[in-house]
Design a binder for this molecule. Sequence first.
Ligand SMILES: [Zn+2]
Length: 222
Amino acid sequence: MNVVFLGAPGAGKGTQAMRVSEKLKLAHVATGDLFREALAKGTEQGRRAKSFMEAGKLVPDEITIQMVLDRITAPDCGSGVIFDGFPRNLIQAEALDLALGREGRAIDRVVYIKVDEQVLIERLGGRWICRRCQAPYHATYSPPKVAGKCDRCGGELYQRADDTTETVKRRLVVYRAETSPLIEYYSKSGKLLEVDGVGSEEEVEGRIVDSLRRRTATAKEK
Ligand SMILES: [Zn+2]
């Protein structure tokens, strides 16, 4: 079973991909990890990816696609893969389908973790970090005892540039523009499973596993 996980920044996609891959014994292929590994190993792709990342740009599709294709030939991907952070747009999705098709494989399910935009803005825009000890806080979910001060070391709390409300809104606009066509693409092929992403990690994991199992059972009956 090959599954793609989709979800906006802050929807909990990475966390759920990790949990569900352990539960269902599938390999977890996260493009972020692939980039870091390629950088650490100093591969040609890694060096190319690095130059884009350092400039604060997205790594071009061709580099990402090649890394993913190399990765899924590894033995641990034999029984199936959860793709996390890939495909990011329609071009990547079509390239992935082609590449899998050449090996007689396919994307079977696409899990779309749905979270209201207002909730995403609150989740992501409320993150604060201690300047001194890096302890993480959240304005709503885990606020410090004294506003602006770290409980642990008394250090000053700050927001990463990525986490300010304005940046978060911009990231969501970019995400929507790239992902809407992707959702439509997988919906047309009947592979899309929409899962409510609001609740505890356990609850959301349960919903994802249930819907994947239900779908697999129905497919076998046919
Ligand atoms: Zn601190």
